[in-house]
Design a binder for this molecule. Structure first.
Ligand code: GDP
Ligand code: MG
Length: 440
């Protein structure tokens, strides 16, 4: 595809009320569903890779995302940068008149990437942008919320920083890594997947080289534990390390004065420092090349397109109050959503298998046979539920298992009644028909 015309548009899915007295967050569930269930639901069972870019305002996050879009839209992944002279399109960058309101944006198009040679399973790649301005005290909380939300929902969190990795930047990770610590205690699973520190305008290449190698060195140094650190700083570092399956760094050089200061700059490659472009070309495939795709997991379970709404809903709910949520309530919300996702998966298994036996277009089945089939399929559905890794402990999960069994039994009652209605012999034997026959 011609990279001048990326397909799709940004869609704001998490918004904040403009009212100064009520800064509550809300989720545009219809918009999110339109994205996740596009193509007539063809994507609904695909595993997700969610790449989100988060960090302070006006640091080139959306600008970077538009290069990720170019990569995803390119027909040839080795020549994805496109022509020298095309303006950069996609998520709105540069602020100005098109500035989006604070919140989370998602790209309307989902990209399917095969994880190996042709024919191998595909992963649905979703791009998320975050938007916020640290101007007044109330918006600081908004930004922290947006940051935590995008961190918890992504499989690749690109933490976009300028000039260096500072102690403050690590502190921003505290809330959800504290949640992560509880999640590990609960289930032993690593709660988050990839944390990618991306340092923009890095100006000490003599200390650490531009690119992935230098980035890794810098991250290692910043996350190092030492006896000289206060115990809180040590704990934070330990938490960050244990919460992510992988932590990487990347150092980008300054993109040049046109990018940073020229109001007429439209994102054309010819106006960007070649060294920046060269490193950008290394960076983007590190996130999006098929061999580097990271699938979103919550508590060890792969998250599919159709399940994401549930987690969004649960997290938005806990961030609604005036205070930042306690890590404990974040764990509870995740456990609920996690059990609910397992319940739904199991219920879908039951319905799909029953449909194949006694669905609308199937002939009448002997009652006893139907009963045996129901028991067999119910067992299988319950097995689907119990074989998924769950959070919140046995007792908590038991309430969901009971709910599953109730729902399955209700569903069975419907199948049974429907099956009965197909029994023409029985229908012919009703007293009314018998009476009608007697009258003849
Ligand atoms: P966002 O608010 O973080 O999404 O920032 P934008 O993507 O809207 O970019 C804000 C401004 O930073 C724009 O004028 C870009 O041209 C500029 N910009 C983009 N990347 C970089 C970078 O790596 N370094 C510098 N100094 N400026 C950049
Ligand atoms: Mg932006």
């Amino acid at each position: 595809m011609d990279p001048r015309h990326v397909s799709g548009q940004p869609v704001q899915i998490v918004k904040i009320n403009d009212d100064p007295d009520d800064h509550s967050f809300f989720l545009d569930e219809a918009a999110l569903n339109r994205i996740l269930l596009q193509d007539n639901g063809a994507l609904k069972d695909k595993p997700l890779c969610i790449v989100s870019v988060a960090g302070a305002f006006r640091r080139g996050k959306s600008f970077l995302l538009d290069f990720l879009l170019r990569y995803l839209c390119a027909a040839d992944r080795h020549h994805w940068l496109g022509p020298e002279d095309s303006p950069l399109e996609g998520f709105h960058w540069r602020g100005g008149s098109e500035r989006d309101t604070t919140g989370i944006l998602m790209w309307s198009k989902i990209f399917l990437i095969p994880t190996g040679p042709p024919g191998s399973p595909e992963v649905a790649v979703v791009l998320m942008d975050t938007q916020g301005a640290f101007d007044t005290s109330s918006t600081v909380r908004d930004c922290a919320t947006i940051f935590a939300l995008s961190a918890m929902l992504s499989s690749v969190l690109v933490y976009n920083l300028t000039a260096n990795i500072q102690e403050d930047d690590l502190q921003h990770l505290e809330l959800f890594t504290e949640y992560g610590r509880l999640a590990i205690e609960d289930s032993g699973e690593t709660p988050f997947q990839k944390l990618q520190f991306l340092v923009r305008d890095w100006s000490y290449p003599y200390e650490a080289q531009y690119g992935a190698e230098g980035g890794r060195n810098l991250v290692q140094r910043r996350l190092e534990l030492s006896d000289k650190q206060h115990s809180e700083l040590q704990d934070l570092r330990k938490n960050i390390r244990s919460c992510f399956s992988s932590i990487e760094g990347f150092l980008l050089p300054h993109p040049g004065l046109k990018v940073a200061t020229d109001p007429g700059f439209e994102g054309r490659l010819k106006d960007i420092e070649p060294m920046f472009i060269q490193h950008l070309q290394d960076f983007v495939p590190l996130l999006l090349a098929p061999e580097n795709i990271v699938i979103k997991k919550i508590n060890g379970n792969v998250v599919k397109c159709k399940e994401l709404v549930q987690f969004f809903r649960a997290y938005i709910e806990i961030f609604k109050g005036d205070e930042m949520p306690e890590p404990k309530s974040m764990l509870k919300a995740t456990s609920e959503a996690n059990n609910l996702a397992s319940l739904q998966e199991a219920k879908e298994t039951y319905v799909a298998m029953m449909e194949s036996i006694c669905g609308g277009d199937k002939p009448y089945l002997n009652e006893q046979v139907l009963d045996i089939e129901h028991c067999r399929i119910k067992d299988q559905a319950v097995l689907v539920f119990s074989s998924r890794r769950k959070m919140g402990g046995e007792e908590f999960s038991l309430t969901y298992r009971e709910k599953l069994e109730r729902e399955i039994d209700e569903s069975y009652a419907n199948y049974k009644a429907h099956n009965e209605s197909k029994n023409i012999f029985k229908a012919a034997n009703t007293p009314i028909t018998l009476a009608a026959v007697a009258m003849l």
